[in-house]
Design a protein around this ligand. Structure first.
Ligand code: NAP
Length: 333
């Protein structure tokens, strides 16, 4: 361990797409640890849509980060120094450590992870926040039943790829929405979805009417905007829409307007419900054990797309919006 920390700090607020010009790479001395603090050598950083929200001046579902501040990126690594009674040198951990080479700070919210059970980067995807979001947003929020039609947007992404596989495990008929024919082939061939609509090349509303003639029972929405509207028009009676996110509007959050056809909710006696994975913290370990069992049994195939180089943080973040990854997008240090 040398005494220098490489830190990627927010340097400007983007209008539209984020990029390397919005970050500054700083070399800073490592601080001394205070009682009950740990130092973590970070190996992998989660690249997730919430990072873009934190770059705005206005608070959204997560507090804004000040200019010069550190985005709350989740990350995994090894404890290299500890003054905490909870963690020892050599432990592997996951937490909101931020885009930097070393985290030095308190242990609140830090979870121990087991490198013998899975590669540590998986604790940022299927065995981390993405898996937990998929699990709680589908199982606890929508209560899916065998035979129901489940629709998932951003189906090839980190959360979406797991939602669809859980849906299949529970006996649902699962339809995905993704960008491009290749991604759709991945969604049906590799993720075991029953069908996938290419929103870039196909009319989503029309394809839904063909693929789900009796309507969509559950829509797990990661995207919002026109895709949400097309689905409201194709909801089954008593349908449920779980609002996980709305990535189509994260680069222009002030321009969001609600679905024009929201009265379909009344017509179909449907429910639209938002959820946050952070509301389920007391149940994380139980859910992770279930997810680990499904992965071990082959029902869920985890997928990670790994880019390399902390200095590339600002180049990798926009990949979320171009959709140039499959599964969990991760930056390796
Ligand atoms: P991800 O799905 O791995 O990546 C985002 C995907 O969104 C891209 O791969 C891209 O796929 C798609 N996309 C981007 N811009 C789009 C657009 N304009 N229209 C349609 N699709 C677009 O990201 P993730 O980490 O799994 O996050 C997915 C969603 O979950 C996000 O909305 C995020 O905010 C939300 N989330 C919510 C919670 C919660 O507690 N509620 C927790 C974690 C994440 P294509 O190539 O298919 O376009």
């Amino acid at each position: 361990m040398n005494n220098t920390n490489i830190v990627v700090r927010l340097n400007a607020r983007p209008t539209g797409m984020p990029g390397r010009e919005h970050f500054k790479i700083c070399e800073e001395p490592l601080p001394d640890l205070q009682p009950e603090e740990i130092r973590v050598a970070i190996s992998y950083i989660s690249i997730s849509p919430s990072l873009r929200m934190q770059m705005n001046a206005r608070e959204s579902y997560l507090p804004a980060v000040p200019i010069g501040g550190l985005l709350r990126a989740r990350a995994v690594g090894e404890v290299v120094e500890s003054r905490s009674s909870r963690f020892a040198k050599g432990d592997f951990v996951e937490g909101a450590f931020g885009p930097q080479s070393y985290y030095s700070g308190p242990v609140a919210g830090v979870m121990k992870i087991d490198p013998a059970l899975a590669p540590i980067e998986r604790y940022l995807g299927a065995l981390g926040m993405s898996g937990l979001t998929a699990y709680f947003g589908l199982v606890h929020t929508c209560h899916p039943q065998a035979g129901q039609t489940l629709l998932v947007s951003a189906a090839a992404g980190s959360v979406g790829s797991i939602v669809g596989q859980i849906g299949k495990k529970l006996g649902c008929h699962v339809i995905g929405i993704a960008g491009g024919a290749d991604k759709c082939a991945y969604v049906t061939n590799d993720l075991n979805y029953d069908a996938c609509i290419d929103y870039r090349g196909e009319d989503v509303g029309q394809r839904l009417a063909e693929l789900a003639p009796d309507g969509v029972d559950i829509f797990f929405d990661n995207v919002g905007g026109e895709i949400l509207e097309a689905t409201l028009a194709n909801l089954a009676a008593g349908g449920m829409v779980s609002i996980c996110g709305a990535i189509s509007s994260y680069n222009d959050i002030d321009a969001i307007c609600g679905p024009r056809n929201w009265l379909k909710l009344l017509e179909r006696r449907a429910t639209l419900k938002g959820f946050s994975v952070y509301d389920f913290q007391s149940d994380y370990s139980e859910a992770l054990a279930i997810l680990a069992g499904w992965i071990a049994g082959g029902a869920i195939k985890p997928a990670e797309h790994i880019e390399e180089g902390l200095e590339r943080f600002g180049d990798v973040l926009p990949m979320l919006f171009h959709g140039s990854h499959r599964g969990k997008l991760i930056l390796k240090i």
